[in-house]
Design a protein around this ligand. Structure first.
Ligand code: ASP
Length: 310
């Protein structure tokens, strides 16, 4: 099996009009760095699980993407981070929600899977657990960038004018999220997703990202999936698991299943976003209903491919 890694850096990109060659180069370099980090694991004989963790960790550390440092901010100006990871070989998974101090939430998610009898830990207790596992901890301010603060101010201003809760920000300001799916040389699958959530979210709000079956899914028999977009809609249609069901029961290809969920089922729940898939044969699917989705793929020693718009 040729190891394959697919990543996303969120649906809801900056508009093509606002994109400059320098910005585009920076986003593509960030995506390429994550692909190379994951590929190094896969080509070194590592597992899909280790590869998706390495790719997501790289994107969490990159302030351009809405996960880890550079995450979007809550209404109170804090960063509350969610992440999950699933191992298709064993069906085991781990997740954290609402963490504010662990530098790489995806590592905390993996630690929950490995070192507890549970699947999902939340809030300060999840941070304390991560610290106890020896993971790198940071001050909450580490995650906050001036760019995200400006976005939050814009969101709060818009909301006051609109006098409702529908914050009409450009899609780039609302969404982000990073994720990775992979198949390794042994044919095992894994998926991981990490996010700051949505700008101006209520404190305590949790989206699809840390919910297994909604934002993340992996099983060796069918596929691995990572989602990005309006979390509430993805939760309501169990988006990630739905992709696997369409492949398993309807015999869809990875691309057909990705399109069915991202372009039909999620919009039917009044949401938008996208998702990435790799199936048990190494087939790749990517679909998004937004104007763009930061994304990339690498197969074996082949070229690193990145894309932003359609
Ligand atoms: N799905 C994430 C959430 O709802 C946001 C995103 O993908 O940008 O928390």
């Amino acid at each position: 099996m040729t190891p394959t890694l697919v990543i996303h850096g969120g649906a809801g990109t900056i508009t093509a009009q606002e994109m400059t060659p320098a910005k585009e180069a920076a986003y593509r370099a960030g995506l390429a760095a994550a692909l190379e980090a994951g590929r190094a694991v896969l080509m070194g004989g590592g597992t899909a699980f280790a590869a998706v963790m390495a790719a997501v960790e790289t994107l969490e550390d990159d302030p351009l993407f809405n996960a880890g440092r550079g995450a979007t901010l809550t209404r109170n100006g804090t960063a509350e981070l969610d992440a999950s990871i699933m191992d298709g070989a064993t069906g085991r998974a781990g997740a954290v929600a609402g963490v504010t101090r662990v530098r790489n939430p995806v590592k905390a998610a993996a630690a929950v899977m490995r070192a507890t009898p549970h699947l999902l830990l939340i809030g300060p207790a999840a941070d304390d657990f991560a610290a106890g596992q020896g993971l790198e901890m940071v001050e909450p301010a580490y995650f906050i960038t001036p760019h995200r603060q400006a976005q939050l101010e814009e969101a709060i201003r818009t909301q006051r004018i609109a006098l409702d809760h529908d914050v009409r920000l450009p899609e780039k300001s609302r969404m982000g999220t990073v994720g990775a799916v992979a198949i390794d040389a042994q044919g095992h699958l894994a998926a991981a997703t990490s996010t700051g959530g949505m700008t101006n979210k209520m404190n305590g709000r949790v989206g699809d990202t840390p919910l297994i079956g909604a934002g993340t899914w992996a099983e060796d028999e069918t596929c691995a999936v990572s989602c990005t977009g309006k979390g509430e809609a993805f939760i309501r249609c169990a988006a990630a698991h739905q992709v696997a069901s369409l492949i398993r029961y309807r015999g869809m290809t990875a691309q057909e299943a990705a399109e069915e969920v991202a372009l039909r089922l999620v919009p039917a729940q009044e949401g938008s976003g996208g998702l990435i898939v790799v199936d048990a044969q190494g087939g790749v699917g990517m679909a998004f209903g937004t104007s763009g989705m930061y994304r990339g793929v690498v197969r074996g020693r082949g070229p690193v491919e990145t894309a932003i718009y359609r």
